[in-house]
Ligand binder design. Structure first.
Ligand code: NAD
Ligand code: UDP
Length: 316
């Protein structure tokens, strides 16, 4: 009998992306077989090339807004497919709406058909430009549905709604994480998010581009901490949304100064216009994750940023 028969099988949509590929590595370490489903619209085969030849890993190039066909056993469906960077979802707004709505419906349908547990990668963007701070899971958010970011925020809010409906109506074992800004190796250098943007600029000796006056805040979580929280949540019996993120909050100007300090670069800081509906503050309240999952972030900011810089250093 092959040992594969007894291994749990995980399907990871968006498995060639930044988070999907790190999740895959963790699942393989936990003894799962992994089937990644990705159409590579924002993903990168370089994120998964180390898995070539791994008998417990399979890649399927497929758009999950179309019916997802996976033969055989599936125990866990992790739905991570979706553009995540603002410049990506502003460039491809309709595929973003479709993967959050039709893609989530198809991924839920797959999990239901297989009797599998389902996991939705949702986002702090569900809180929009928040009016309460820090954000707790019981806050319903302040989202502009017709603004440029609405294509992402509302798709994710719909995804949360349909996930809860499948849980309540079909009795499915579902989980929802609200991910706050996460960074680490395998982000695309040109994906426009502030971490690769500032590190890339510092390493090239270019001005760091602060949008607006830089007083808006974000709270940055290192990828291994995030993946650990996500794994714990899937294995829990908790079905309502859980924030996972690092509560260490800073302004974007402070973040730029930290990048200059850690890289040792001597670049000027340059101001660019603030994008429409850019949230002014963002910080997770992680009381729920601590209580229910026994989780809190462990990787300190300097260490996480140094690991990320090392990854980008050879790529600029
Ligand atoms: P990413 O762009 O690196 O990865 C997304 C992956 O999904 C890519 O590989 C892309 O090709 C794939 N994809 C997109 N549409 C698809 C479709 N229709 N069919 C199949 N594959 C498709 O982004 P990421 O940072 O890894 O984000 C992963 C998930 O986590 C997303 O759902 C995102 O909304 C969520 N999230 C991420 C963050 C973060 O800080 N990274 C924050 C909040 C939420
Ligand atoms: N930002 C910036 N300069 C850049 C890229 C982003 O000042 O080159 C700002 C952006 O306006 C936002 C914050 O950094 O206030 C985080 O942006 P990101 O795109 O990483 O993700 P968001 O948290 O907005 O989804």
């Amino acid at each position: 009998m092959s040992s594969n028969i007894t291994k749990p099988v995980s399907v990871v949509t968006g498995g060639a992306g930044f988070l999907g590929s790190h999740l895959t590595d963790r699942l393989l370490k936990e003894g799962h077989r992994v089937i990644a489903v990705d159409n590579l619209i924002t993903g990168n085969v370089a994120n998964i090339e180390h898995l070539a030849g791994n008998k417990d890993y399979k890649f399927i190039n497929h758009d999950v807004t179309d019916f997802i066909y996976i033969p055989g056993q599936v125990d866990y469906v992790w739905h991570f497919a979706s553009p995540a960077s603002p410049i990506d979802y502003l460039r491809i707004p309709i595929p973003t709406l479709k993967v959050g709505s039709l893609g989530t419906h198809n991924a839920l349908g797959l999990a239901k058909d297989k009797g599998a547990a389902f996991f939705l990668a949702s986002t702090s963007e569900c809180y929009g430009d928040p009016l309460i701070h820090p954000q707790t899971e019981d806050y319903w958010g302040n989202v502009n549905p017709i603004g440029p970011r609405g294509v992402y925020d509302e798709a994710k809010r719909f995804a949360e709604a349909i996930t809860m409906a499948y849980h309540r109506y079909h009795g499915m074992n579902t989980h929802i994480v609200r991910i706050f800004n996460t960074y680490g190796p395998r982000m695309r250098l040109d994906d426009g998010r502030v971490v690769p943007a500032f590190i890339g600029q510092a390493l090239r000796g270019q001005p760091l581009t602060i949008f607006g006056d830089g007083s808006q805040t974000r709270s940055f979580c290192y990828v291994s901490d995030l993946i650990d929280g996500i794994f714990r949540l899937m294995m829990s019996d908790f079905h309502e949304p859980v924030n996972i993120g690092n509560p260490r909050e800073m302004t974007i100007r402070q973040f730029a100064e930290e990048i200059l300090r850690i890289t040792g670069a001597n670049c000027p800081i340059e101001q660019k216009p603030l994008p429409v509906d850019d949230p002014k503050v963002r910080q997770p309240d992680i009381t729920r994750a601590k209580k229910i999952l026994g989780w809190e972030p462990k990787v300190d900011f300097d260490q996480g940023i140094r690991e990320t810089i090392e990854f980008f250093r050879g790529r600029v």
